[in-house]
Structure formats: C-alpha cells, structure tokens
Design a binder for this molecule. Sequence first.
Ligand code: OGA
Ligand code: ZN
Ligand code: ZN
Length: 403
Amino acid sequence: MTAEALATEQPDNVDMGELAPYAGGPRLTDAESRHGAVSLTWADGTRADFPLMWLRDHCACAQCRHPRTRERLVRIIDLPETLPEPAVTLTASGALHLEWPAMSGFNVHESLFDAGWLYQRADAYRADPLDVDRKIPWTSAIADALPVADHHAFMHTEAGLCDWLQALDRYGFALLRNGPTEPGEVIRVAERVGWPRETNFGRHFDVVSMPDPNNAAYTAVALEPHVDLPNWQRPPDFQLLYCLANEAEGGESTLTDGLAVAWALRDRDPDAYRILTETRIDFRFQDENADIHYRGPVIGCDDNGNPSVLRFNNWIRDTLRLPAAEVDGFYRAYRRFWGMLRDPAWTLRFMLRPGEMIAFDNLRVLHGRDTFDPNTGHRHLQGTYLDRDLIRSRQRVLERATA
Ligand code: OGA
Ligand code: ZN
Ligand code: ZN
C-alpha cells in the first residue's frame, strides 16, 4: 500500500525520546509496506527500507519507551517472530504512522515516527549511527593549521570546550594554550571533560627525569613514537600532557597519526600489514608493585577489518614468544612500520611551552619526545588519562545545543 505525502509545510516534531537533535531534515514523500519492511522515500531522493521488526522495536510511544528515562520498554521477545504488515500512512505533518494489527495477546498498536529521526538512521544497518567516522587523517603538514584552543575559552565557555572536543575527535589530538603553570592543572582540565582514569602510575603522573625511574618517560632518554600502556587489556583511550616547565635543552615533542600510517602500510606493504594485524605479541610492565601483561596485535582491527587500535611501544614489549619460523617475518614487518612511524613526513614536531597542554587519542596518535639534557634546566610535565566514553558523551551533549 502507498501513502502520498499530505504535508507541504515544515513538519511538527514527533517526540522520539531522543535528546540529540533530529529535526530539520527533508520531509518524507512516500511510505510503502513491502516484503517485511517499510520502504521510505524523502524529498531529497533518499530511500531506505526499514525492517518491520526494527520499526516495532523502535516505537517511541509511552508504552514502548519510558517517557522519562527514554529507555526501551518494548520487548520483542514477547511478539511473534514474523510480524503482520502494519497499515502505513504519512500524517499531515509528515510523520510516519503505523497501525499494527492485533496479534497473539496484543491489541492493535499505533507507532509514530519522526521523519528526521528516521532520516538520520537511514543507514543504521551499516554503522553505529552515533559514531560515523569523522576522523581526518593527517601528516606533518598539519603543523600549518594546528587544532588548538585557548585554555580560558576551554575552561569557561561551552563553545570553547565543544570546539576542542570536536578537533580531538577529528584529528586525534588537540592543544591548549595560555594556561596557568600551577601543579595539578592537568586534573582540573581533565575534570572539565570527565573523570580522570587512574592507573598504576596514579591519578596523575609527573614526567620528570628522576634518579630511580620505573619508566622510560621518567628519564631523559628520547622516546620513540609510542602508545602508553599497551600492556593493559584496556589501555587508556586518551592522554593529557600538561607542561609546567620546559627549560632544558632538547625534549621536543612529536605526534604521529598512527592510523594514517597503518593505512599507508596496508597499501605499501600488505604482507607487513597482515603480519602486524594477525600476530599477537606480549607487552609487559613490571616494578616492585605491579606486573601488568597483555598479549595482542600491534595493529588491531575493527569489525570491518580496518585498523583501529595501535599497540606500539618498544620498551614495554616483552619477550617475543613466536614460533621460530615467524620471527624473521615479524621483525621485518615491525621495522617497516616503525620506520614509517618515525618518518619526518608523518611526524608533527613542536616544543611544548609552560602553560600548554597536548591531548591525544592514545590508541590512534603516537607520541614521543627527543632526548633532553636535565643539567641545562628543569623539564616537568604532568599527565593523566581519560576514557573515550566520557569524552564522546561530553561532545554529544554539547553538540545538542549547536546542531
Ligand atoms: C609519557 C611521555 C613524553 C614527554 O609520559 O607517556 O611519553 O614529552 N612523555 O616527556
Ligand atoms: Zn509503542
Ligand atoms: Zn608516553
């Protein structure tokens, strides 16, 4: 059955129990029930087939979705496995109206769907609609247009915070400038976004050259590009490094878009890429109080087989336990990737100044530093970690106001 659109004016919103904005898309022009789905067409030509069970499962009426918590109440397990066809109409205001016939133990049920809400989910079967990939790969050329925000705007305005979070999302790193040089500021910055994630290095950690270090970062040696804590099953998602003093000679910082490099490796050396995605190796941190170990691939992939999580940290790599026949191949692949990661063409270099902070996606963007000479001046960074869920949540809530 076909329903012609009656609406000519901007449609009224249907409350879908959804706080992210969904109004303002094109109106629905056609809706038709066929082959276990409702086929929808919007004024811009977009078409999508929403399966009947999906539609019944996403009914937003007060019986199906809790009006206050906005959480799902409808339980599809109570419904027949194959649903009867609903009567399909478009309302005068352009919403999709479905009338489900009575079925085993259930009365007739009406569902109303906002056209814009459905439009946002037209490709819901391919990807998580909340997290469409907004990553922008970059090379050393990003030095000309650094994602940077002012510390004051970040701390005191929602727009400043939102811009910074969006940059972090796209580029996998963002800078803050013109902040104070009081110890502990890194925690105040982290708390502006969420709750710092504690590790065996504490709620925050002090990066200074110390006489009895338990970690390469607490010396003055150069740090090759790396991710922090790949020896954890769940390494920290994001890292903040706040500069309090940087008077020593040397100690320049580096950042590399490791995922962009992984994509390039896949093109240039598919065999090395395959080895690094398929071979699980050991990572381990040990000191007097901890022994934290994880075995995983250097390049982890998502469900689509694309690189998504990097575990590259040469000093935290443990004994290589591989069948003898795989060892040479692994080292060759590892050296190839490492060589690309430290290639100046991929590397952003800069000097962190007191009152500046760098934040980065620890699983995507690798960080490093040059060696420095602690006898020429004081160098002191403070760091902490944040979870992706909190960062993305903060961004989504702020984006409600700007969309
Ligand atoms: C770290 C680190 C970089 C620096 O602490 O994890 O990599 O510039 N520090 O000291
Ligand atoms: Zn309902
Ligand atoms: Zn580090």
